[in-house]
Design a protein around this ligand. Structure first.
Ligand code: G3H
Ligand code: 13P
Ligand code: ZN
Ligand code: NA
Length: 308
């Protein structure tokens, strides 16, 4: 059934694991992810960004996810990723999403609170849950000095006040991850000390980790081998994700790894079978690669297999 993430997060917090939140924008991606979850009996969050919703259209995505619900019989939450306005959140709530993110992380604290609270009030009246964000994810490496870098991370005191005053159901935090395939120039480092402080201030409250792709070297190598150019791509080591999942982090966002699996598979196909022009012959293997990747994440990294 279509569900919110409320019970998923309660069980995940309790059990010391995390739910995988995977970005979707077409049929093969939805099938690959949901077939993997079905095989290992994992609860799922499928998330749609503003860009994905514009690309595939709201109704197509909802209907594809409805098909996946029928095929898998799993608890699946449909979530808006990085909602940037009340209007977008409202459209998704009215259109059947069970969860929305309002990302006011770029706004001054008081404005972030006001916008988030407005979305929470609308969502909660309709049985929909809300994820807020505090702290700046992107551009850690753009910081010119240590104190500026520190200011990008989530402030634990502010996190507690933010949750209290907005009534959000979960909170995305900045502890050193970033979006995309180039997360670290040097050694990967996450601020688990900050996560611990947040956890202390907000006992039992579910935390969300964005930018959590591990940028699996096998896929990057394949992309580079078959004509791609992704030198220096680097993600979050899976051991760090396991550690986060064992703590207050209950939702781990993965998009880039799906893109890499799909692109690597299709590049290999085109290089090895240049005469083929049947899309099923490369979208099929791409779907299979996504399925294997997601199974690996659910079973070996997030710890949510068998928890549906
Ligand atoms: O947070 C970013 C997600 O990977 C979605 O990316 O806006 O290109 O769909 P997108
Ligand atoms: P990645 O780019 O690391 O996959 O992060 C995805 C994400 O946070 C979506 O909100
Ligand atoms: Zn994100
Ligand atoms: Na956890």
């Amino acid at each position: 059934p279509l569900v919110t993430s409320k019970k998923m997060f309660e069980k995940a917090y309790e059990g010391g694991y995390a739910i995988g939140a995977f970005n979707v924008n077409n049929m093969e991606i939805i099938q690959g992810i949901t077939e993997a979850a079905k095989e290992v009996n994992a609860p799922l969050i499928l998330q749609v960004s503003a860009g994905a919703r514009k690309y595939a259209k709201h109704t197509y995505l909802m209907k594809l996810i409805e098909a996946a619900l029928i095929e898998t019989d799993l608890p699946i939450c449909v979530h808006l990723d990085h909602g940037d306005s009340f209007e977008l959140c409202k459209a998704c709530i009215d259109g059947g999403f069970t969860s929305v993110m309002i990302d006011g992380s770029h706004l001054p604290f008081e404005e972030n609170i006001a916008l988030t609270k407005k979305v929470v009030d609308y969502a909660h009246e309709r049985g929909v849950v809300v994820e807020g964000e505090l702290g700046r994810l992107a551009g850690i490496e753009d910081a010119v000095n240590v104190s500026e870098e520190e200011a990008f991370f989530t402030d634990p005191d502010q996190a507690a006040e933010f949750v209290e005053r907005t009534g959000v159901d979960s909170l995305a935090v900045a502890i050193g991850t970033s979006h995309g395939a180039y997360k670290f120039k040097g050694e990967p480092k996450l601020r688990f000390d900050i996560l611990e402080e947040i956890q202390k201030r907000l006992p039992g409250f579910p935390i969300v980790l964005h930018g959590a792709s591990s940028v699996i070297p096998e896929f990057v190598e394949k992309i580079n081998k078959y004509g791609g150019q992704m030198p220096g791509a680097k993600g979050v080591p899976e051991d760090m994700l396991r550690k986060a999942a064992s703590m207050a982090v209950c939702k781990i966002n993965i998009d880039s790894d799906l893109r890499l699996a799909m692109t690597a598979t299709i590049r290999e196909h085109f290089a090895k079978d240049p005469s083929n022009f049947d899309p099923r012959k490369y979208l099929g293997p791409a779907r299979e690669a996504i399925k294997e990747l997601v199974k690996h994440k659910l079973v070996n990294v997030l710890g949510c297999a068998g928890k549906a």
